[in-house]
Design a protein around this ligand. Structure first.
Ligand code: SF4
Length: 370
């Protein structure tokens, strides 16, 4: 084991140490090549008090597993641990819903702890942030992939003109941007790609992103739900009101800002609370923000394994999430058996929410709802 600062103190770039309640990092597990890379050294410099522990592979860190039932332990792991690795295989996967393509990840894992989170728990239940340090290879791959697509000739639900690449399938980019400049490099990459656009959903307001000058080529999707649901489910995230209050600033800073209305949780009183949320958006967003806004609506999906784990630490969340009388099994694209609202329940919920949007936020175009 080696102290992160003493190992590299002759070559560290100047970095401001991260001071954030989500990330009080004490240990950085790193593949040697990742730790020695410029991006790895940047991360280490942002957490100068952390101990560096070299690991042969970012997939093989036994210390991070086995904390399913122990919420104190896994929140501590999320807060106090980072992982540095090198992303080996790079590919963009076709999507077609929110984005045309899922970009190769530049991070996985998350420091937040939403009770319904579907991000694969690849490093134990805690699943702390792993930063992939070979960012130049990843942005180079993306540039070539975008070039191969040519221009988009037909509008689709992702975007009328640009090929959309989702950056944040396995992490939350706003928090990732606290840890390294990977997100800044991605925003800068897409700034120069007139046929493509980056996109990520987020539940965290990181105002440092306002400095990145995306010039309209990055779409940030603030995830929203009524605060009464978020208080129970969106553990460690920014408050919903704070996310809404940030929309105008991100539009002014050059982002396209969409709204990710998800997950929609059906429970007694949900229509009244969503109505209040839509009215708040109508009252608070500027005309500029409304003119460019669009939304996706996604009804809750859950699964039995997560239900069992959550019962051990956060049973109130399961009162909202686990409703067998309303739900049916569903096999997801990755083969996992999930549950979602029964077809009739889901259809009625989607229809009702779209009706509420037409009534209270008629400027909000719904790109898709399911
Ligand atoms: S912010 Fe996103 S990735 Fe992080 S825990 Fe919540 S749902 Fe999962």
């Amino acid at each position: 084991m080696t102290d992160a600062l003493t190992l590299f103190d002759d070559v560290l770039p100047p970095e401001t140490p991260v001071a954030n309640r989500l990330l009080q990092v004490r240990t950085v597990y790193a593949e040697p090549a990742a730790a020695a890379s410029p991006r790895g050294r940047q991360v280490l410099a942002r957490f100068p008090g952390a101990e560096l522990v070299e690991v042969p592979s970012h997939w093989q860190i036994p210390d991070l597993h086995g904390n399913e039932g122990n919420v104190d332990r896994w929140v501590r792991v999320k807060t106090e641990t980072l992982v540095l690795g090198v992303k080996k295989s790079l590919s963009a996967r076709p999507n077609g819903r929110s984005a045309n393509w899922i970009a190769p990840s530049t991070a996985n894992g998350c420091a937040m702890a939403c009770a319904y989170c579907y991000v694969p728990r690849q490093k134990g239940y805690a699943n702390p942030i792993t930063v992939f340090t070979n960012i130049d290879q990843i942005t180079g791959y993306l540039r070539r992939h975008v070039a191969r697509q040519g221009s988009k000739t037909e509008p689709d639900q992702c975007d009328p003109e640009s090929w959309v690449y989702d950056l944040g399938e396995n992490s939350d980019c706003s928090v990732d941007a606290l840890v390294s400049d990977n997100v800044a490099d991605l925003v800068a990459t897409f700034r120069t790609l007139p046929t493509a656009k980056a996109s990520f959903a987020t539940k965290y307001v990181n105002r440092q992103l306002l400095e990145l000058d995306p010039q309209g080529r990055t779409r940030l999707r603030f995830s929203l739900m009524p605060q009464s649901d978020a208080t129970v489910l969106d553990v460690r995230t920014s408050k919903v009101g704070e996310r809404i209050a940030a929309v105008d600033d991100f539009v002014a800073a050059g982002y396209e800002v969409h709204l990710n209305l998800s997950p929609v949780v059906l429970r007694e009183g949900w229509e009244a609370d969503w109505t209040a949320l839509l009215q708040q958006l109508d009252d608070e967003l500027s005309d500029d923000a409304k003119a460019q806004a669009a939304a996706e609506v996604i009804m809750l999906t859950h699964n039995e394994g997560l239900h069992e784990v959550n019962l051990g630490w956060h049973p109130q969340a399961e009162d909202l999430l686990w409703r067998p009388e309303l739900q049916q099994p569903k096999v997801s694209q990755n083969g996992q058996v999930n549950v979602r609202y029964r077809n009739d329940v889901k259809r009625a919920g989607v229809d009702r929410l779209q009706q509420l949007i037409r009534q209270h936020a008629p400027w909000l175009h719904v790109r898709y709802a399911f």
